[in-house]
Design a protein around this ligand. Structure first.
Ligand code: ATP
Ligand code: MG
Length: 332
């Protein structure tokens, strides 16, 4: 059976981008077709300035939302990254496989480090090495597939390179994984800045739809979305990024095709209204189920405990084999 792994960072409240780009395929496809593992990758949240209590709170919220969105612990494994030591154990070996040049070429590093510097902060070394820990997250489980949004494709490509290089040097140890992207809405853009990706850690929140936003808030954000100066509704990501973003969101919510949907509209207002309605309806059951699960924290704890136990059991032999392969003396 295909094995898949994917994760989400507790760096902010989950967004519509996270849902359409990643979580929805985990729920609708991966947990049914693969031996699927999903992790709240909390160690990655420490790569930028963070408040400890907030990371802890957001980790629980992310796990609860994944279950609310429909991940079924009877079908898949849900766990918190820091509960399984194998991720950091393997990360070090992969740091000894990757090069500093490779790390500095990562687009997300360039963008996020620039943002940190612009805000007057310093850049943590872990922000540079974060794709190596992500590679460890994936390779530790022998995952074949990594269902992610488009922005993570470069990191999965790096993971493949590291797996191939390690295998060539030390003998076949890792499965070489591939990224699996959704057909539509693989990159949901910020409603106020449709040339930049909607990201849960961004400080400007007016253009971000959060999964837990009230219906009225979602409506307001979508109705105020920045559109383009023309007046035609056409699906053209280059010329009309704002309209294209709305069309993709609507298509993802209604299982339609953005270009075909565009033909049905003559005004931005109608497109915005239908998109807002569709997003509200898409998120309604997730919010309702989230509220129910919040009333039962023991259930969520149990899922995470069992998830971590299963994850450890899968990762340990693979990481142990990697330790032996590189020439480290094994304990006797
Ligand atoms: P951060 O701003 O902290 O990087 P994020 O919103 O990018 O947060 P991640 O935890 O980095 O979220 O990513 C979780 C998953 O969501 C990944 O598979 C990623 O590709 C996907 N994803 C994130 N943002 C979007 C987006 N705007 N559109 C589609 N997919 C997205
Ligand atoms: Mg991200």
């Amino acid at each position: 059976m295909t094995r898949s792994f994917s994760g989400i960072k507790p760096t902010g409240h989950l967004t519509l981008g996270n849902y359409l780009g990643a979580v929805r395929q985990w729920v609708e496809v991966d947990q049914h077709q693969a031996d699927a593992l999903f992790s709240v990758v909390d160690l990655h949240a420490l790569t930028v300035d963070h408040e400890p209590a907030r990371v802890r709170r957001l980790s629980r919220q992310a796990a609860t939302l994944l279950l609310a969105a429909g991940l079924d612990p009877a079908r898949c494994t849900v766990f918190v990254q820091s509960h399984v030591d194998e991720h950091t154990r393997l990360s070090y070996l992969l740091e000894c496989t990757a090069t500093d040049g490779e790390m500095r070429r990562m687009i997300q590093y360039k963008e996020k480090s620039a943002r940190e510097r612009a805000a007057g902060g310093s850049v943590r070394l872990s922000l540079l090495t974060y794709p190596v820990l992500m590679a460890a997250d994936i390779l530790a489980y022998g995952a074949d597939e990594v269902p992610v949004g488009d922005d993570q494709a470069q990191h999965v490509e790096l993971t493949r390179d590291l797996a191939v290089r390690f295998n060539q040097r030390y003998g076949r140890t890792f499965t070489v994984p591939k990224a699996v992207l959704p057909a539509v809405a693989a990159r949901v853009m910020d409603l106020q800045d449709p040339t930049s990706k909607m990201g849960k850690s961004h400080a400007e929140t007016a253009g971000i739809v959060y999964l837990l936003d009230e219906a009225e808030v979602v409506r307001k954000k979508v109705m105020r979305a920045v559109t383009d100066s023309g007046s035609d509704v056409a699906y053209d990501r280059e010329a009309q990024p704002g309209v294209a973003n709305l069309l993709e969101m609507l298509a993802a919510c209604t299982d339609g095709k953005p270009a075909e949907l565009a033909e049905g509209y003559t005004s931005y207002g109608a497109l915005k209204k239908d998109t807002a309605d569709a997003v509200v309806e898409l998120l309604r059951p997730v919010r309702e189920r989230h509220a129910e699960l919040c009333a039962d924290p023991g259930y969520v704890d149990g899922v995470l405990r069992e998830g971590a136990e299963r994850a450890r059991g899968l990762a340990r032999p693979i990481v142990d084999a990697a330790y032996a392969a590189v020439g480290l003396m094994r304990p006797v």
